[in-house]
Design a protein around this ligand. Structure first.
Ligand code: ZN
Ligand code: FE
Length: 257
């Protein structure tokens, strides 16, 4: 049996996720920015919260931690490398460790770059990746506390996962990411098609998350420093992947479109 996953849009553009493991009834909430909408959704479904899964310390990911713990007695799981900045943390996880939500196991990846301690949860059986602010649909997190080399190494870990993996990222940034992506890899036909689909979905108010890792591999410029067309656009034909990634990130930081 695979996880039952519920997407809760909160604040301006955050996504919080509930994940229920059906065999045990265990329920996790991923990166609860706030507590009220989470408690309301739990109540509507008659689910009991057992765990909070935090990817990193930013307030729009841990803001609901203490209120949810107080209301439900749940356990809080987060990055070992940043345990001191995760409110109420009970279980600290590091790269390569396995952790179970009820009966389903997650593999933990350390994915620093956006923050110095950031983890991703990969539930292989459910083909679900909770990656916080590391990988977005057509984008990646800003480098607040890490270097381009670190972030590229983090994204490279995620690139090894299967194409059918669903990417449950924490923000609806896809349309503005797409606007940028087409400027750096204009010759990518799959990207142009995806951009059109994203615009249509957003015009109808539909979410563009989760996406499939396979489509990210084919269209997300932050996963494609090897692309000849991207390299040409950036004028970095002979540079190494880290340099191409770094320049892509730098251009996105100042992109106005
Ligand atoms: Zn963040
Ligand atoms: Fe965030």
């Amino acid at each position: 049996m695979t996880l039952e996953i519920v997407q809760i849009p909160v604040l301006n553009d955050n996504y919080v996720y509930l994940a229920r493991e059906p065999a045990s009834g265990a329920v996790g909430v991923v990166d609860p920015a706030v507590h009220e909408p989470v408690l309301a959704e739990l109540q509507r479904r008659g689910w009991n919260l057992t765990h909070i899964l935090n990817t990193h310390h930013h307030p729009d990911h841990v803001g609901g931690n203490l209120k949810l713990k107080e209301a439900t007695g749940c356990q809080i799981v987060g990055p070992k490398a940043d345990a001191g900045r995760i409110p109420g943390i009970d279980v600290a996880l590091a790269d390569g460790e396995r952790w179970k939500l009820g009966e389903e196991e997650a593999v933990i990846f350390d994915v620093p770059g956006h923050t110095s301690g950031h983890i991703a949860f990969w539930f292989e059986q459910s083909a679900a990746l909770f990656c916080g602010d590391t990988l977005f649909a057509l984008g990646c997190g800003r480098l607040f506390e890490g270097t381009p080399a670190q972030m590229w190494q983090s994204l490279s870990k995620l690139l090894k996962l299967p194409d059918h993996t669903r990417v449950y990222c924490a923000h609806e940034y896809t349309e503005s990411n797409a606007r940028f992506a087409v400027t750096v890899e204009p010759g990518n036909e799959a990207l142009q098609k995806r951009y059109a689909a994203i615009r249509a979905a957003r015009a109808k108010g539909q979410p563009t998350v989760p996406s499939l890792l396979g489509e990210e591999k084919a269209t997300n410029p932050f996963l494609r420093p090897m692309s000849g067309n991207l390299r040409e656009t950036l004028g970095l034909t002979d540079a190494d992947d880290v340099a191409v990634f770094a320049e892509t990130r730098r251009r996105k930081d100042t992109f106005r479109g």
